[in-house]
Design a binder for this molecule. Sequence first.
Ligand code: PLP
Length: 458
Amino acid sequence: MTITNAQPEEREPGLLHRSLIERPQKVISGLGIYLTLADGSRILDGCCGAAVSVIGHGNKQVQDAIMQQYASIEYVHTMAYTTSSAEELADALIELSKPFGLTKAYFVCSGSEAVDAAMKLARQYHVENGQPQRKRFVARRQAYHGNTIGAMSVSSNLPRKIPYDGVLTLDNVSFVSPAYAYRGQRDAETEEQYAARLVQELDDEFQQVGPETVIAFVAETVGGATAACITPPKGYFEGVRKVCDRYGILLILDEIMCGSGRTGSYFAFEREGDVRPDLVTLGKGLGGGYAPIAGVLISEKVVHVLKRGSASFVHGHTYQAHPACCAAGLAVQQIIKRDDLVAKCLSRGALLESRLRSVLGNAKYVGEIRGRGLFLGIEFVQDRASKQPFKPAVKFASRMQEAAHSRGLAVYPGSGTVDGVNGDHVILAPPLTITEEEVEEIVRLLKMAYDAVEEALV
Ligand code: PLP
């Protein structure tokens, strides 16, 4: 799944790339929705890497904010010191999250670290709440939460997990079905019935492992990397919240990919009814790619217990709440607010979705077009009627990525394995600043790419 240089240089690179054989394309600059490659060609960034660059590339205001931070203080250790950037970023996020009971923010450098921190906060909450017997997590199949040991343990991205499974993963995690209507909802079932069945499955899992032993249920609100933008059925997260509450189990929502406005509300869970998560992780759209920053938003319920208990979070990284990263994050969040990008995301997302449906909706190998806001996935199947996926050797998603790239469009490919079924997909997640003309250009290029892939397979 690496877009490689057509003519690799002779010299062996010092940098360890994802592939030890092929080398990725070198990008020399970026502006707005476009990237410029070393050979001078332009790529329309239809996926922002992995749904990262929410305000697009090359934003001068963010660059200036970072430089200003460096001009005053580049680094302090959070054990003894803080900075205005970190405080103001936290306040900006808490202003958005307070109506949902989230009152503190904790910053780290990557999404995986944020998930690990949330898992540790959840464990510490129970220990200090007099329930140290809670030692288990329940997560979902078809989920991706990151690559560190904690985050990988609650993930089910099998290609990334298999070499380490059972050696570098926790054995106190069990899994339930994803909310994946395309493959999970039965023909005779309404959306609400499907949601109720999934909630019952979660309840059964809690019963099976002993609800008094469970720390938290971990889920992406809208499933991303291994699932391609699967949105939950109506009532699902409200039901999940009720079951968690029944047993005193915390709810961790991972919004690293789907949060920060990407789905047309700042938090994806805002569209799920009355759902108040205990911990929420944010990442990609937090720094918009301008700096490595991710975070955890923590509910007052958790904060209260820790305050009353040890009065500290037993955790820490040297670079947590790094001043330059927080300055970048703050500037990105200010731009999202100033330019009303969350509302814009909703309208541009609706346009992109409807244009994709009209151009690709009936295509031979398109199984489903789904998602929310500017977070849209297309799942490809060999047979639309039976939903039979392509054999992995066909590498349909990689073919799509390559065909799109060679026509000047970046898309994010993937294949998820759920209950033994391997499905190819691509994700579209352009900047929230995208114009209507750029939406049309994505659709035009993607259709050309798809047609080429379809033709090559006939
Ligand atoms: N959680 C979700 C939902 C993600 O999509 C990702 C990355 O794709 C992560 C966590 C891990 O984030 P990072 O790659 O920044 O460690």
